[in-house]
Design a protein around this ligand. Structure first.
Ligand code: IMP
Length: 433
């Protein structure tokens, strides 16, 4: 029996969806523990593409899928996603899909505040996804948020909304100078959503712990990445939740001793969407090549992702913060045609060399990457199905990542499809019961 956390090591978009989908085959349940529909997973199964923003990617493997208490959920988006998956003949019932009664509901005013504030900030904007994530987490911390347990009880919901809306609409009208929705408008829309979602709402923590007690295997799926973490990321250019593996316990309602392995997803290069410092960013034709070949567009907003070389300062920070036990290297095939590859092993800042990720974004902005050069393999590796058959230079690149991060590579992904994966170690199969 094993419980595994999957965490992004960079700035999100590392390809967690595919790896979660793959590992889910041997899991009993897949749980999301933070974020909301700012995330986007693209999976390709039997030539068909699936995109999900809220429902854990394990749904394709017919596993129990759980939205943990740590999430902020836009009910409209969730209903659209349920319908989209049902249309693709995927079964979603209260037996295989649970929404935590403690998860927070994203309201129309959260979205309005998110986009309105970004507009006001001008070139100081964070570059949020505009989905209302930050304002919803703010209300959670301010204890004015609406949880699913309240949302599905019509009178409780309308009473709470009535109180909260006074302050929200004052802020929206007077400060953001926007038109807020009225109580009646929101109630009419959200009452319908509550009716549809109510059957799925349950005590997720109890359900997860019961599964663990009965020797079930749980896969805990992180969203975004370590460097978008509210505490440990490139603050303030971060999301509003704890994306690191530690967040899995609070966001799913399980104890830390329940977690056996933490797999870090590492894109073979680095990408970032939105604003914020990115020392190994490429502004040349190699960056443009990676962006195009890797099809680096955000799955949620469609924005072009900024691209750069693999950064070991970042990865080592993720190893430390998440306690990574293994790595899954994704999109390795994208680097195929490059003659040489660079790995960032440290930063030069003024007259010093930095190896530990700095807290101050102003310092990070001025850091210059120190590179180690490695030969590329100049070959299409997407058709290779065994580690032994990879070109020597590819193996050397992987070995170097292992050496520098002091963490073993468990999984290598060489294409978007489920079968384009080389699995060296699957902890679900290797941890004794
Ligand atoms: P928010 O999460 O919408 O508040 O956005 C805050 C920052 O996190 C912005 O830079 C977003 O681009 C980034 N972000 C949020 N979700 C993701 C994701 O799933 N992948 C990559 N970046 C993300």
């Amino acid at each position: 029996m094993a419980n595994i956390v999957v965490a992004g090591t960079q700035w999100g978009d590392e390809g967690k969806g595919k790896i979660v989908d793959l590992l889910a085959e041997n899991a009993d349940a897949v749980v999301r523990f933070q974020g909301g529909n700012n995330a986007g997973h693209t999976m390709v199964v039997n030539g068909e593409q699936f995109v999900s923003h809220l429902i854990p990617s394990g749904i394709l493997q017919k596993k129990i899928c759980i939205i943990g208490n740590g999430l902020v959920v836009d009910p409209k988006v969730l209903i659209e996603e349920i319908n989209y998956l049902k249309q693709k003949n995927i079964t979603i019932t209260p037996k295989n899909f649970i929404i935590s009664d403690r998860a927070q509901v994203i309201m129309p005013y959260h979205k309005l505040i998110d986009t309105g504030r970004e507009k006001l900030k001008g070139d100081k904007k964070i570059g949020t996804t505009g989905r209302g994530i930050g304002p919803c987490y703010e209300d959670k911390a301010a204890r004015t948020g609406i949880r699913f347990a309240e949302f599905i009880k019509e009178t409780v919901f309308s009473e709470k909304l009535k109180t909260v809306l006074v302050e929200k609409n004052f802020y929206i009208e007077k400060f953001l100078k926007l038109n807020p929705s009225t109580l009646e408008e929101i109630l009419a829309e959200y009452k319908e959503y509550a009716k549809i979602l109510a059957p799925y709402v349950a005590d997720a923590s109890t359900a997860i712990n019961k599964l663990i007690k009965n020797k079930g295997q749980i896969l805990l799926e992180g969203a975004q990445g370590t460097h978008l973490d509210i505490d440990h990321g490139t603050y303030p250019y971060v999301t509003s939740s704890n994306t690191v593996a530690g967040g899995a316990c609070a966001g799913a309602g399980i104890g830390p001793k329940r977690i056996d392995e933490v797999i870090g997803i590492v894109k073979a290069y680095t990408t970032r969407v939105g604003e914020g410092p990115f020392p190994a960013e490429l502004f040349d034709k190699t960056g443009a090549f990676i962006q195009k070949k890797g099809m680096e567009f955000g799955a949620t907003t469609g924005r072009k992702r900024r691209c750069g070389w693999l950064d070991l300062v970042i990865l080592n920070n993720a190893v430390k913060l998440n306690g990574l036990t293994g790595l899954a290297i994704t999109k390795l095939d994208v680097l195929g045609e490059l003659k040489s590859l660079m790995i960032c092993t440290g930063y030069k800042y003024k007259n010093s060399i930095i190896k530990d990720f700095p807290a101050d974004c102003k310092i990070l902005e001025k850091c210059e990457p120190i590179y180690e050069e490695m030969p590329g393999w100049n070959e299409d590796i997407s058709l290779i199905d065994r580690y032994e058959n990879l070109p020597q230079n590819t193996k050397d690149y992987l070995k170097r990542i292992e050496e520098l991060s002091e963490t073993p590579v468990y999984i290598i992904s060489i294409g978007p499809q489920r079968d384009k994966t080389i699995v060296l170690n699957n902890p679900f199969l290797n941890i004794p019961a």
